[in-house]
Ligand binder design. Sequence first.
Ligand code: PLP
Length: 429
Amino acid sequence: MSTASWVARDARRVWHGFTQMATYADGRPVVVERAEGRELIDPDGRRYLDAISSLWVNTLGHHLAELDEALCNQIGRVAHSTMLGNGNTVVVELAEALAKVVPVGDPRFLFASDGATAVEQALKIAFQYWWNRGDRSRTTYLALGGAYHGDTVGALSVGAGGFGTDLFDPLRFPGVVRTPGYGDRNWLAKALDVVESHGSGLAAAVVEPLVQGASGIYVADPEDVHAFGKACNEAGVLLVCDEVATGFGRTGTMFASDQCSLTPDLLCLGKGLSGGYLPMSATVASGAVADAFLGDDLGPETLYHGHSYGGNALAAAVALRHLELFEEWSVIANVAERSRQLHRRLSDLRALDAVGEVRVCGLMAGVELAPGQPGARRGRRVCAAAVDAGVLLRPLGDVVVVMPILTSTEAEIDRIADVLEAAIAGVCG
Ligand SMILES: *Cc1c(COP(=O)(O)O)cnc(C)c1O
């Protein structure tokens, strides 16, 4: 069966997220049948270099012998058993391995399936933390402009909106104080003002440390992020670091918090946690936060929250092997080298009239296109041209996001840059 007929069947029955289904089939979607390494392959055998890491989740590549083996071994034991009031050996092993690398003191792991639910859990833990401690005044959250924390209603409430989600504004919970994001040169001073003026009412501050991804890859100065975390700490405001996008090597260190010398009270992990294989996320709480929930059986201090598939054993087995491979393959060192190359190559694109700012951190990059005529949809058209040339890209508005898989080679980074350059020249003239 050809790719075209798969697209027709797909458009008829599958509802795609963030996608206008009336025009889905006209947008030349890539329908994946299989993959090898960093390439996705469609039913016609056409290959596409995955330059968005399958929407930022993939770290080491697709269909890897090592991760496939970890998954198969676990299938031979058990696929899933509940974490509500019970345990699973591979999940214990994963929590122990993660405890050695996360930037959280005496960490405890509450597993879920998506980044948004990891954020929901963090918001509820922060709220109840103060309640358990007898403090009824800390009920609000500080969040940044341009923030993205996921699409469930709670995560949407701390997110800044946009992407056509403004109609949900009436559903957002109140009590979110917002200050400008990293796109504003003075974000730190403005955020520090709010910490000072609202500090005693804030349950938590929620940030994407170092890089705001979905708002268009805005990069902060690590020292500023550190200063913000310190101020929260001094004001007694819990610091929630959403590292769903930045975690697992993406910014050049295992976690972006590491570069900012931050030790969050709550850390949200998702996307790269299972290497892009299976839906798994986690909310990591410091020992001090988790201990505030200790009390009598069925007592009010208990966190009454949990997801059916949280701590899935197959995902845990893959995530555990994934952590080992990070070490064995010196992935962080490759990110540093490829990041320098990507920075150099994308910065050269600024010679093109159609290219504005270029922002790079680790292997996260945004190339901002000048908007062109109204309705020009340059971002979409440039990415469509790249897809035609065999490199899978996806824009955020007029920002072309380049998010290579962390094991990318020098030749692959060059290919992404070459294809993007030709696409911009072709579309924008
Ligand atoms: C993608 C993302 C989320 C949401 O994760 P999902 O798995 O899509 O729910 C949350 N926060 C950040 C920073 C993200 O980039």
